[in-house]
Design a protein around this ligand. Structure first.
Ligand SMILES: [Zn+2]
Ligand SMILES: [Zn+2]
Length: 370
């Protein structure tokens, strides 16, 4: 299987140290996951427990167009995920009637059972531990730009932002980014935006993404089945789109880097969820930060003080005196090949359309091979 490690780094050496004494430490996290609050098959507790029990130190729950605040009752029997009822039964077994809250949907005999999806504030109190496990509020801002799904994750939001389309796809991306940045400034709270799965339904081209201002991250590997990370015969891969975005921004536009992330976008945690579903553990970030707080983690992400992986763990990664070096943590029986990919100075910036169809959502073809 292809294991991606994506980094445009400003990282220094790994330094192990105690969690909350201000020494740099590596924290493993996932920036994209769904629960009963939107279209995930499981309650937040099941989702969070998976990450906490599988070596992660932070997690952003990123349900569609909300930040999991308020009162929410769901019907797993009617959830469009077929495994949701089994996930509810497992939840009831594990957490018991003192924690799990249910009620009948109506007074009619045989009425469906509703289950309370607990808000972030309540599940936080159950799982968070200083220096060991952190939940970062998230919102997958999910906008239908006509038939084009434009999705971005906002992190550490205090309230969900509107999901409104603008005249162009770039404009729609920009509006969502601006809404998050406006909230960040008006509340004095550190927030960040990630542009999600560009190749999901072939939604975003490099030309849609590179002019946007204010997002810090874009997903280069998204674990959801069917997001077309690798592209197809007609469409370039997301890695290729990322290369074009970085080349345009750094080589021509004097704009900041969009750092590449790997995420799960997991929707299935219930019994029977197998690799044909969007399950957890497929993509993550390793963030180097001094403290396990939303501010420190988001600042490190914004500064590129992290690497993204869909399989490989690094023992060391260093960028010193203009030299990037790394050491892969070996696994028995696995061989590794490391490639450094970049656009060289003096490249030809000319681009031509890949097709004469003006409606096609296709990144342009760059003569330099990009
Ligand atoms: Zn999405
Ligand atoms: Zn998602």
């Amino acid at each position: 299987m292809h294991g991606l490690v994506a980094f445009c780094v400003t990282v220094a050496t790994i330094a192990a140290g105690p969690g909350q004494k201000g020494e740099f430490q590596w924290f493993k996290g996932n920036l994209h996951t769904h629960t009963w609050w939107s279209d995930g098959d499981s309650p937040p507790e099941t989702v969070i427990a998976w990450y906490k029990n599988n070596g992660y130190q932070f997690l952003a729950l990123t349900d569609h167009n909300q930040i999991n605040v308020g009162n929410k009752w769901v019907s797993p029997d009617k959830n469009k995920k077929s495994s949701a009822a089994a996930a509810g039964a497992e939840y009831a077994k594990q957490y018991g009637p003192r924690w799990v809250e249910t009620k009948p949907e109506s007074q009619e005999p045989g009425a469906a059972t509703l289950w309370r999806a607990k808000p972030l504030s309540e599940v936080r109190a159950l799982f968070e531990e200083a220096g060991k496990f952190l939940l970062i509020p998230g919102d997958e801002i999910s906008i239908a730009h006509g038939t084009i799904p434009v999705h971005l994750n906002g992190f550490n939001l205090l309230e969900a932002v509107p999901n409104e389309q603008a005249d162009t796809v770039t404009g729609t991306l920009q509006k969502a980014i601006d809404d998050v940045m406006t909230q960040s400034q008006s509340t004095g709270t550190k927030m960040l935006v990630q542009i999600n799965h560009p190749n999901f339904k072939w939604a975003l081209t490099a030309e849609d993404i590179f002019p946007t201002r204010g997002a810090a991250l874009m997903e280069v590997a998204n674990g959801h089945n069917g997001v077309n990370n690798a592209g197809d015969r007609e469409h370039p891969s997301v890695e290729h789109i990322w290369d074009v975005v970085l080349t345009k921004r750094l080589g021509e536009l004097n704009m900041p880097i969009l750092y590449g992330t790997a995420t799960d976008d997991a929707h299935f945690f219930g019994p029977g969820a197998d690799a044909t579903r969007a399950i957890a553990g497929r993509g993550w970030v390793m963030v180097r930060a001094r403290y396990l707080t939303p501010e420190h983690v988001l600042r490190a992400l914004e500064q590129g003080d992290f690497y993204a992986s869909s399989g490989v763990t690094l023992d060391e990664v260093q960028f010193e005196n203009n030299v990037l070096s790394l050491k892969i943590q070996p696994k028995p029986g696995v061989s590794y090949r490391t490639q450094f990919i970049g656009t060289l100075r003096g490249y030809d910036p000319k681009a031509t359309p890949r097709t004469s169809d003006p409606e096609a959502r296709l990144t342009m073809k760059y003569l330099s091979g990009l």
